[in-house]
Design a protein around this ligand. Structure first.
Ligand code: NAP
Length: 533
């Protein structure tokens, strides 16, 4: 018997170190970081269940308890090891730096998404270090709250790792505080030995094709923020009255959006989807979502688990339109499995009356068609002049995110990231910017799942601690009392961790009344009032 890793693997590798027989790959040290999930070797697994206990998102099951639709993952896990036989990993000994005097190392973290939270949890693991976390919204957890699709509730349970760590008295939390307004980068440096920016990549990349300003074309990120009740996006409106929507790009965001557009809203009432989105989607007329990939199925940006799971959505067919689905001898395991699944989808007979997700490959958007609003999208066969118009009144651009410049920090315009070495920020002169670090998407670009941020944060924190140990961060800075004094003096209305817990409890209570996990507040003032109450 074996345990099996399934669709929503967050890849933070909590399971890897929990496994007594070291049979989970890829590990951070075996040189195969490219895969989008982890796998368990069924030949070596001793069925102890330690990995399942440790998994923060409940993605690990005994082979006998695999939920319906996930049975295929038994073979997917085994297939990985058929092509990558298990070699003992070079397990690096955990080297925790010795404790420091309380307050001798004070670190500010800007942002409260997964990257920030992993960095905070890592730092709090070093006795004595004080961590102060600043976030623009009154709520923490960034894309875990406002990015992860509502039908992926288990992925959201990763927050339990952070909730445990943030009960620590060395943790301070200042939600509803935008750095660069009343409190600046210079203020953070005056009151901390180091500042870590974990501000993500919140802008959407542009397409730059004719007609892209027409109403009816939106960034997928705006739609994601809307259905997740992000205060910046809650008031947006999307025309769901047409029969077809088109999504440009075929990454995991595109797949999230396609499911949300087509899933029966009965399947969403048990989630934390925003109320306004649930109501609007209930009246949606959309029955077909076309997902455009400019390259073929081999280069689809979706992950294997998410692609496979589409084939099990009730009342929804998956159609493969074009593209070469044959694998090649040099394809890696994940690519081969993705192509196998694409061929299986292609061979299915559509069910009359079902809705459809159509993967259209080798198709590049060239122009939005319409006068006062989008009526169609012109699409060329990639690399040719052959083009057709897909009729639609709703186009969502899901071609990736982009980081924005951070005041006071260097910025690489080409990549939309802050230049760094192991997380330590590097200025235009090639020298390190003292005491300033980055982690998450602003450091490595908008790639990777939630758990990818764990290794990323570990690297940044290891660099920060090494700099502290060699004396590079030693200087007089304000303590927590000084910081709080400054916030009060500037009239900053921060929400602390207790305040967030009050918001969380109130949202859950509202949810319990209508048998939902939570009903989110979307209005900032309402959140702040609840935090105070
Ligand atoms: P992504 O994975 O980078 O996918 C972007 C897509 O846009 C690709 O298909 C890309 O095609 C296409 N594209 C880029 N520029 C284009 C252009 N000018 N014209 C046409 N197509 C273009 O981005 P994402 O979907 O936003 O996801 C971001 C990260 O979050 C990913 O690492 C993703 O795995 C992660 N995420 C994970 C989950 C999950 O695990 N469930 C959910 C959401 C997001 P090319 O490949 O040809 O460039």
């Amino acid at each position: 018997m074996t345990y099996v890793i399934t669709q929503n693997c967050c890849k933070d590798a909590s399971c890897v170190s929990a496994c007594p027989v070291d049979c989970i790959r890829p590990s951070a040290t075996d040189g195969s970081p490219g895969t989008q999930m982890l796998f368990i070797d069924p030949e070596t697994c001793i069925d102890c269940g330690a990995c399942a206990d440790e998994c923060p998102v409940d993605a690990v099951y005994s082979e006998f308890d695999l939920p319906e639709g996930m049975e295929r993952f038994l073979d997917i896990n085994a297939e990985y090891f058929r092509h990558n036989p298990l070699e003992p990993a070079m397990i690096m000994p955990m080297t925790r730096p010795p404790a420091v005097d309380r307050g001798a190392l004070r670190v500010a973290i800007v942002g409260a998404g997964p990257a920030a939270c992993y960095a905070a949890a890592e730092l709090l693991g070093v006795d004595g270090v004080e961590v102060e976390l600043f976030e623009r919204l009154p709520t923490p957890f960034g894309l875990i709250r406002a990015g992860v699709a509502p039908d992926h509730q288990r992925t959201k349970s990763v927050v339990k790792i952070f909730e445990g760590a943030f009960g620590n008295a060395r943790f301070g939390c200042y939600l509803n505080v935008e750095i660069g307004q009343a409190i600046t980068h210079a203020d953070l440096l005056a009151n901390h030995h180091a500042v870590i920016y974990a501000v993500g990549a919140s802008s959407s990349r542009d397409l730059g094709i004719p007609g892209d300003r027409l109403p009816g074309h939106h960034a997928a990120a705006d739609f994601v923020g809307w259905y997740n009740g992000h205060p910046d996006h809650a008031a947006r409106e999307f025309d769901l009255s047409g029969r077809r929507a088109v999504i440009i790009g075929n990454g995991n965001v595109a797949l999230d959006v396609a499911r949300m557009l087509l899933l029966d809203t009965d399947a969403l009432t048990g989630t934390d989807i925003a109320e306004h989105a649930l109501a609007a989607l209930a009246g949606s007329e959309i029955e077909e979502v076309v997902i455009l990939g400019r390259r073929g199925p081999r280069d689809g940006a979706f992950s294997l688990g998410e692609f496979h799971a589409l084939g099990h959505l009730p009342g929804i067919d998956v159609v493969i339109d074009g593209g070469d689905t044959e694998s090649r001898p040099d394809d890696d395991v994940e690519t081969r499995l993705k192509l196998d699944i694409a061929r299986e989808f292609a061979e299915r007979t559509p069910t009359p009356g079902n809705k459809r997700i159509v993967f259209r490959f080798d198709s590049s958007p060239t122009e939005f068609v319409g006068e006062d609003g989008v009526t169609g999208l012109r699409v060329a066969r990639t690399g040719t002049d052959e083009s057709t118009v897909i009729e639609t009144s709703l186009v969502l651009r899901s071609i990736g995110y982009r980081g924005s410049p951070v005041a006071g920090l260097p910025y690489d315009e080409a990549t939309g990231t802050v230049p760094h070495e192991n997380g330590k920020v590097i200025g235009a002169d090639g020298a390190a910017v003292p005491g300033v670090y980055v982690t998450g998407w602003i450091k490595r670009g908008p790639r990777g799942v939630i758990g990818t941020n764990r290794g990323c944060a570990e690297e940044t924190v290891a660099q920060l601690i090494a700099d502290f140990d060699r004396g590079a961060l030693h200087r007089e800075v304000g303590d927590r009392a000084a910081l709080r004094g400054l916030l009060a003096q500037r009239g900053v209305d921060a929400v602390d961790w207790k305040g967030w817990r009050a918001i969380d409890a109130a949202e859950r209570k509202r949810g319990a009344e209508v048998t939902r996990p939570r009903v989110k507040f979307i209005d900032i003032e309402e959140m702040v009032t609840t935090a105070r109450g």
